[in-house]
Design a binder for this molecule. Sequence first.
Ligand SMILES: [Zn+2]
Length: 252
Amino acid sequence: MSWTGDPIWLADVLRDAGLKVIEQEGWRDRGHGDFADLRGVLCHHTAGGTTDDWRIVQYGRPDLEGPLAQLVLERDGTFRVIAAGVCWHAGRGSWPGWPTNNANYYVIGIEAVSRGDGTDWTPVQSDAYKRGCAAILRRIGRNADDCVAHREYSSEGKIDPAGIDMDAFRRDVQAFIDGEDAPMSAAEVTRIQDFITAFCGPISSDVKDIREQLCGQGQRDTGDFAGWSQLGNRTVVDALAEVLTRLEKLEK
Ligand SMILES: [Zn+2]
């Protein structure tokens, strides 16, 4: 479903995707006028990296009046909804299907909190970034081709969001849009690992148990396998081999 006008559904759509959302007071009425039709998502980093980064996005800088993006993505994966109206974030640039030098009226901006050197993304933040883009694109009837880095769009030398491989990012976003083979979130992986560990015990411990049963008692951490005393210090395999050999001799 395409959408024309302000995305007053932003908070609901992100929450429905399982994401944490903070709605800034007055976000539905904040912005520099109304959207035309929505065509995509433009991804940024804040180049700050603190829990206060959202303030600049909402209130602006001395040289540029806020709001500067509709959404801020915090380092803990929470989306802070700043504005439903048009924001100043795209600048000059182009992307197939978007109006050249005029993307602000057609795309939603996400400012993700980061120092901007490409090394401080948290796993939960990276995961939420893709899920959030996918939820918005699905809502406006677009696919991952319209999930774009500011550096890809900009003709003004922008580098953000630094450290994110956009081809891989778009692959994951498309998987979330399709709801097929969507990559598991870091939280989901941790949950499954915790379940397995609680159910079976640590994996490394299991391997040691099996090795000990086959090769002899008390060898778990020494790495040498002296066998079982009741098998004449043979391992289980050596003892079985000996039994077979003796059976064969008896048959002859
Ligand atoms: Zn940017």
